[in-house]
Design a protein around this ligand. Structure first.
Ligand code: SF4
Ligand code: SF4
Ligand code: SF4
Length: 272
């Protein structure tokens, strides 16, 4: 039973969120939504513990497709960063604001960049590309994320300032256009830098929230230095270039860890 403590804790955490939002906002949708996501993540964790190779990809598709197709295209909720600004400027604590609060702003204090490893529908597609580990050195162009972050805010603020009508319709089409742009930029960057996760490293505006918050994450990869033989196998499989052998919060690219567990699987000494 101890072995399954993590999935039980994760399921409990999501159920607490689901029930709290359901009762406080009097909306059954939140109970179903967060229960579904919690169930998918817990099931994925169980599959990982049972050594199923594709456990992470299973959760990523289960959650990512649900959010992209059901919430985004069928329910017409803009869950991108533009949707977050939209609801925030409307002064409504709903939809994308709740999604951002749970998955991308406060959640990372507990589960770090788990969103990026197990739920993001952009990375869900990028992870199918051939460069699972970067095959070129990291570029010093992380500043680009601040440009896309500012552009998303300016775009939504501009809609309000200009008094654009039919904002819900506009936000739906912005969701479609935003996703097409993200996928196109992500695929181009992946092939240009031979790195599936180049978009995450340099351009994704959400990382402006994710990086500082995940610095304090409770769940993180730690190294037992008494077991480590410095073979370097862990670093070779990391898609985010994290120095996972350094246990400090300041470790190289520490705020980029997506908890994919590839380093843990690769370690011959079970030091991670
Ligand atoms: S960095 Fe952005 S695109 Fe990449 S997985 Fe995280 S949220 Fe998705
Ligand atoms: S390989 Fe390890 S350090 Fe790198 S992103 Fe995955 S879990 Fe994090
Ligand atoms: S794979 Fe394990 S033993 Fe090898 S360097 Fe990494 S932590 Fe140390």
């Amino acid at each position: 039973m101890r072995k399954y403590l993590l999935p039980i804790l994760l399921l409990t955490l999501f159920e607490i969120i689901a029930v709290t939002l359901w009762l406080t906002l009097d909306n059954l949708f939140y109970l179903i939504n967060f229960s579904y996501i919690g169930f998918a993540i817990s099931l994925g964790t169980v599959l990982y513990l049972k050594k199923y190779r594709h456990a992470r990809r299973f959760v990523q598709l289960f959650v990512g497709l649900y959010m992209l197709i059901y919430l985004g295209l069928i329910c017409r909720e803009n869950m991108q960063i533009e949707g977050f600004w939209y609801y925030l400027l409307l002064g409504v604590f709903d939809a994308a604001v709740i999604h951002y609060a749970v998955a991308k702003i406060f959640g990372p204090l507990v589960f770090g960049r788990g969103w990026c490893g197990y739920a993001c529908w952009t990375a869900m597609v990028l992870d199918f590309l051939p460069y699972k580990v970067a095959q070129s050195p990291r570029r010093n162009i992380g500043w680009m994320r601040y440009c896309t972050f500012a552009a998303s805010l300016v775009f939504v603020a501009g809609l309000f300032i200009s008094g654009t009508g039919h904002l819900e319709e506009v936000m739906f089409w912005a969701f479609i256009a935003g996703n097409v742009l993200y996928y196109a930029a992500g695929i181009v960057l992946a092939f240009a830098f031979r790195d599936n996760r180049a978009f995450c490293k340099y351009l994704c505006p959400v990382t402006v929230f994710l990086k500082p918050m995940s610095r304090f994450a409770l769940l993180r990869i730690k190294c037992d230095t008494t077991k480590c033989i410095a073979c370097g196998k862990c670093e070779k499989v990391c898609p985010m270039d994290v120095d996972m052998r350094d246990n400090s919060r300041k470790r190289k690219n520490g705020t980029e860890c997506i908890l994919c567990m590839e380093c843990v699987k690769a370690c011959p000494k079970k030091a991670l």
